[in-house]
Design a protein around this ligand. Structure first.
Ligand SMILES: [Zn+2]
Length: 318
C-alpha cells in the first residue's frame, strides 16, 4: 500500500471523527487499536496530529441540511455544526410527502422561515415546492425569497428535474441566480433505471441522466446534485457529470466509501464539489479531511465553491 504510516493513522482517525470530536487525540484510544500500540505512535511523533485543530482550520458552509427531519431541534443541529466549525447550514424541510400539495409545501417552508428568523446568522433557508402546481410554486418562490431564503432547498421526488413541468420553475430560479438543488439517486430500481429491480422508490425520483438532460437544456442554470455519499453509485455519477460544468455535487450522505472525494475531484475538478452533511455532520467533515486533497482544495470544497456561487446572486457570506 503506497501510503505512509502517519498518513494512514491520520486518515483512520479522521474517519472516526464523530467519536473524537471535541477532544484531542492524545490520551484517547483509537477504536481498533491497543493502547500500547497507540502509545508507540505517540512516542514516534504522532502526538503532533491534533484532529480538532485540523477540523477548525477550515471555514465551512454546509450546503445541504434539513430541519425537523430528525427529532433534533434546530438548536441541537447548530451545536453539532458549531463544534465542527460549520458557520452556516443551508436548511430545508424536504417534501417527503405525496402528493406534495401547495398546502403541504407552504407548511414545510413556514418551518424553515421560522428557523432562519430565529438564527439569522447561522441558518440559510431553502424552500421546497412541487412543479405539478405551477402557479402556486412560482408564488411560493416569491414568498420565500421575500422572507430571506437563498434558493431552493432539496427539491424532491414529486416530479423529475428534467420534466417540462420544471421548466418555468427553473427559468425563474435562473433569473434569480439561485443554485438549483435537487434530491437524486443512482441505484438499481430508482426512477425507471432498471426497474426490474424494484427499489420501492417513487417513480419520478431524479437520476443522473435527468440531471444531464436538464443541465444541457439550461447551460446557464447552476445545478446541485444532492449527496454523492447517499449510498448510490458515486463513480457512475461523477463520470456522467464530467462534461457538464454546470452540474455540481454535494458531498453529503452517511455512506462514505474510501476515495469518494478524491474520485469526485479527479472527474469534476476541485471547483464543483460542495461540502455538505445532510445532517451526518461528523462524517461530512471527516470524509473531506480524510481525502488526499490539498489544503487549498479542501478550503474550496468546505467554503469557497459554494460561497462563490452564492455571491453571483448577491447572497454571499462574508
Ligand atoms: Zn436527498
Amino acid at each position: 500500500m503506497n501510503i505512509d504510516r502517519r498518513k494512514f493513522v491520520g486518515r483512520s482517525v479522521a474517519g472516526v471523527a464523530g467519536m473524537l470530536a471535541g477532544s484531542h487525540l492524545k490520551g484517547m484510544v483509537v477504536p481498533g487499536r491497543r493502547k500500547e500500540e497507540q502509545e508507540d505512535d505517540f512516542s514516534s511523533g504522532l502526538q503532533q496530529y491534533d484532529l480538532m485543530k485540523e477540523v477548525m482550520k477550515y471555514r465551512k458552509i454546509d450546503a445541504h441540511a434539513h430541519i425537523y427531519w430528525t427529532k433534533d431541534s434546530p438548536e441541537t443541529q447548530l451545536n453539532y455544526g458549531r463544534r465542527l466549525g460549520i458557520e452556516k447550514q443551508v436548511i430545508s424541510r424536504y417534501l417527503d410527502v405525496m402528493p406534495g400539495t401547495p398546502e403541504q409545501f407552504r407548511k414545510f417552508n413556514d418551518l424553515t422561515i421560522k428557523a432562519i428568523k430565529q438564527y439569522p446568522g447561522q441558518l440559510l433557508g431553502g424552500f421546497v415546492l412541487n412543479p405539478a402546481y405551477k402557479q402556486e410554486s412560482l408564488d411560493e418562490i416569491k414568498r420565500c425569497t421575500d422572507a430571506g431564503m437563498i434558493g431552493p432547498g432539496e427539491l424532491y421526488y414529486q416530479v423529475k428535474i428534467n420534466d417540462p413541468k420544471y421548466y418555468p420553475i427553473i427559468e425563474k430560479l435562473i433569473d434569480l441566480k439561485m443554485i438549483i438543488h435537487s434530491h437524486a439517486e443512482c441505484q438499481l430500481g430508482v426512477g425507471g433505471y432498471r426497474m426490474k429491480y424494484n427499489g420501492h422508490k417513487e417513480p419520478n425520483t431524479s437520476i443522473p441522466e435527468d440531471f444531464v438532460d436538464i443541465a444541457k437544456r439550461y447551460p446557464e442554470g447552476i445545478f446541485q446534485f444532492a449527496h454523492i455519499g447517499m449510498g448510490g453509485d458515486w463513480e457512475y455519477e461523477c463520470k456522467m457529470f464530467r462534461d457538464y460544468p454546470n452540474i455540481y455535487v454535494d458531498t453529503s450522505g452517511s455512506n462514505n466509501a474510501e476515495n469518494m472525494i478524491d474520485f469526485a475531484v479527479e472527474h469534476l475538478g476541485e471547483d464543483r464539489l460542495f461540502f455538505a452533511s445532510d445532517n451526518s455532520y461528523y462524517q461530512g467533515v471527516g470524509k473531506i479531511l480524510a481525502s488526499n486533497l490539498t489544503e487549498a482544495q479542501k478550503k474550496k470544497v468546505f467554503f469557497d465553491n459554494y460561497n462563490n456561487l452564492l455571491k453571483k446572486g448577491g447572497r454571499g457570506v462574508d
